[in-house]
Design a protein around this ligand. Structure first.
Ligand code: ADP
Ligand code: MG
Length: 354
């Protein structure tokens, strides 16, 4: 029993002025007080215990949370790393697609360079002969003739220079195509770009396959002055659309028994009605190939999707094209009809704030 209660108990027992009944009643109260006290003590102890276990649990939880935080941090690091790797792989892929399309261009480039080279060779030979003639005329003293020949030679040299520059331009363009694009935009004559790639692609194919023949049509809108684009990137998009179109018409030609005339039409147009009344240009590449079946159509913009045999397609052309057009704030759309052909349409906004 509690020490203080015991004192009170003794005090009551010895009290002389209290009756027996009063003592019994008081003793009963004291005992019940003692019982209450015991219960309270017990409860207090229990609460203490609960408090201690809660503290332990809390500590454990904190530790667990810390471990989880570390795990998240680790997986975050791993994610960052794989993101970096992914980016590296992506740029490698872009490079390999570029190399593949460069392969397609090589024959066309050789063909395009052959023409200016022929000019340079012929005109330099002719000029040499002219100069020999001039020497004779100098000895003859016919200054009038000397004068005329000199003027001819000057004209020839101008032509040689002109064609030399043309070859130079073609080689530079090729080098630019294979280089990693900086994505820098510059004012570009889209009609010249489209025309150049169309010719390179066509002659490239012809060089590989002499029997290849297609009607080429260009409808280039003279109202387009220059547009601000990354020329290498848009050039690659156009080239891919054109090579895809040539491939499609060639396939159809191979399959068709009856007379079939392959046709590819490239069109540029200024200020078509773009969404939201934006100013812009539209570039379309239309072919009369086999068209694209619906279940293929759903996938053509996916990276690595190709229906071409191994070695002929990378499946990256349209996925890269999509990215490039998107980066220009534009759109790429396709309409197709089985056994009739396909049209790819690129819209590029040209307002400054686009
Ligand atoms: N003009 C087209 N006509 C028919 N099919 C096309 C045409 N353009 C693209 N395709 C389809 O889209 C696929 C993906 O094209 P692309 O991304 O350029 O890759 P690749 O040319 O390497 O196959 C092609 O394999 C082909 O099935
Ligand atoms: Mg392609």
């Amino acid at each position: 029993m509690n020490q203080h209660l015991k004192h009170i108990l003794d005090f009551i027992n010895e009290a002389k002025h209290l009756s027996e009944d009063e003592k019994v009643a008081l003793l009963k109260s004291v005992k019940s007080a003692d019982k209450d006290l015991l219960i309270s003590e017990f409860k207090l102890e229990r609460t203490e215990k609960v408090k201690r276990t809660t503290a332990i649990l809390l500590e454990e939880t904190i530790e667990e949370l810390e471990q989880k935080r570390k795990a998240i941090e680790d997986s975050n690091d791993a994610l960052q790393k794989s993101l970096k790797e992914l980016k590296a792989t992506q740029s490698q892929l872009i490079q390999s697609e570029k190399m593949a399309s460069l392969g397609e261009l090589t024959a066309g480039i050789a063909h395009e360079i052959q023409n200016p080279l022929n000019f340079v060779n012929n005109f330099s030979e002719v000029s040499k002969e002219l100069l020999e003639e001039m020497l004779e005329e100098i000895q003859n003293g016919d200054m009038e003739e000397v004068d005329a020949i000199a003027k001819d030679v000057i004209q020839n040299l101008e032509k040689i220079n002109h064609h030399g520059k043309r070859a130079d331009g073609i080689v530079k363009g090729m080098l630019q195509h294979s280089r990693t694009s900086s994505g820098t935009k510059e004012d570009t004559d889209i009609n010249v770009l489209v025309d150049e790639y169309l010719r390179l692609a066509y002659h490239g194919l012809r060089a590989k396959d002499k029997s290849f023949n297609a009607t080429l049509q260009t409808h280039l809108d003279d109202n387009i002055k220059t547009i601000n684009i990354a020329p290498q990137d848009i050039g690659r998009v156009v080239l891919n659309l054109i090579t895809n179109a040539f491939y499609a018409v060639t396939e159809r030609k191979k399959e068709s028994k009856e007379e079939f005339q392959p046709m590819v039409i490239v069109t540029t147009e200024r200020n078509p009605s773009l969404e939201g009344g934006q100013e812009g240009v539209k570039i379309s590449v239309k072919d009369n190939g086999n068209g694209i079946p619906q279940k293929v159509l759903d996938k053509i913009f996916q990276p690595f999707f190709t229906t071409k045999p191994t070695g002929q397609g990378t499946g990256l052309g349209l996925s890269l094209s999509y990215d490039i057009i998107k980066a220009h704030g534009g759109e790429i759309k396709v309409t197709t009809k089985e056994n009739q052909g396909t049209t790819f349409i690129i819209s590029l906004p040209t307002n400054k704030n686009a």
